[in-house]
Design a protein around this ligand. Structure first.
Ligand code: GRE
Ligand code: ZN
Length: 341
């Protein structure tokens, strides 16, 4: 499929390289290649996108970057600098790149203002945060009351927040002791992020702000598979009450993306649980390859109208990416089965 929009695509500025998730066990040559690609937003990236039918990449910092910075002032300074750098990248190829803001959640009021600056002045499409934020000696999750200003601003601006993974906090690492292979994207990222998303749901955040949108990668961090059982058990707790069911919040306040999860059975499960209007294509470059993502997505056994929604038009609508010349053409081609490949 030509004209795909990929929405979890990472970069890192030189100043933030030291904050990347430590690469325990990675092949050193492979990691060096990932780092090279993270630091580049020109011909290398664009050639990969061209080769695999990705028209637009929505760029964001890799994990954990800003979220790792324990000092709020430093987090504010670094987030501003990285958002300015990203704005420069987007400006150099405005038809190929868009941006998600990094947010210094360590200072919620500053994060709300940085979100507004990023959307209104830099033209970003929303924000991406890498899980909970460090804060002094501790951490904070975003259902906590101090984050209301950020949620309020997201709702006012009508832009989504991408909740991207990071590893669990130090004190919750015992379960991975001697089993470091389970950390990071193999497993720990998904458990941490799914639980954080559930904190948002069960806190009542979406009753307070019914129009908020949160995006989850990796086909929903296992939640499409798990949320019905969660609801079934919550329904046995009389004191616990929300306006909607957990599956309804997942369907109505979340989008999920295909980042790093190019697996047909999981996509079909997500389709059955949240529907084709709530799934978007993503690669997770450079941790994943455009070749793997596109070889799977371009031929996966879904309808052509669903492929067009997931590959392009859902992101266009949600992120306000203006239709380009190719859009009408894409629609016409979607009507002819098989011709999008
Ligand atoms: C990812 O986005 O998938 C990722 C990071 C940082 C380290 C490893 C990783 O952002 O897979
Ligand atoms: Zn990612």
């Amino acid at each position: 499929m030509q004209g795909k929009i990929a929405i979890e695509e990472h970069f890192v500025t030189a100043g933030l390289e030291h904050t990347l998730f430590p690469t325990i066990g990675w092949d050193p040559d492979e990691w060096a290649d990932v780092q090279r690609r993270l630091g580049e937003a020109g011909s290398l990236r664009l050639e990969e996108m061209d080769r695999h039918g990705v028209e637009i990449a929505v760029l964001s910092l890799a994990a954990p970057c800003i979220q790792l910075i324990a000092d709020p002032y430093e987090a504010v300074v670094q987030a501003r600098a990285s958002n300015d750098a990203l704005a420069g990248v987007v400006e150099s190829h405005p038809d190929r790149f868009a941006g998600f803001a990094a947010l210094p959640m360590q200072d919620p009021k500053a994060a709300a203002n940085e979100l507004a600056r990023s959307v209104e002045e830099l033209g970003f499409r929303g924000a991406l945060v890498n899980g909970y934020s460090n804060l002094g000696d501790g951490i904070a999750y975003y259902d906590e009351p101090q984050f209301l200003p950020v949620w309020e601003r997201l709702a006012e601006l009508g832009v989504p927040l991408y909740l991207h993974p990071r590893n669990p906090w130090e004190s919750q690492m015992r379960i991975y002791e001697d089993r470091g292979e389970l950390l990071g994207p193999a497993w720990a990222f998904a458990v941490e992020t799914a639980t954080h998303a559930l904190r948002l749901i069960t806190s009542g955040l979406f009753d307070r702000f019914p129009d908020l949108t949160v995006i989850l990668g990796h086909l929903g961090e296992m939640l499409p598979f798990a949320v019905d059982r969660l609801q079934q058990r919550l329904s046995h707790v009389p004191a616990f009450s929300l306006q909607r069911s957990a599956p309804a919040y997942l369907r109505e306040n979340f989008y999920v993306t295909t980042s790093g999860n190019f697996h047909t059975q999981s996509l079909i499960g997500a389709l059955l649980q949240v529907g084709a209007d709530r799934i978007m294509f993503a690669v997770d470059y450079p941790f994943e390859s455009h070749a793997d993502a596109a070889a799977w997505f371009d031929t996966v056994a879904i309808s052509e109208p669903d492929r067009l929604k997931i590959g392009r038009t859902n992101a266009q609508r949600l992120l306000g990416l203006s239709p380009t010349e190719t859009t009408g053409d894409m629609r016409a081609r979607a009507a002819a089965p098989g011709s999008m490949r």
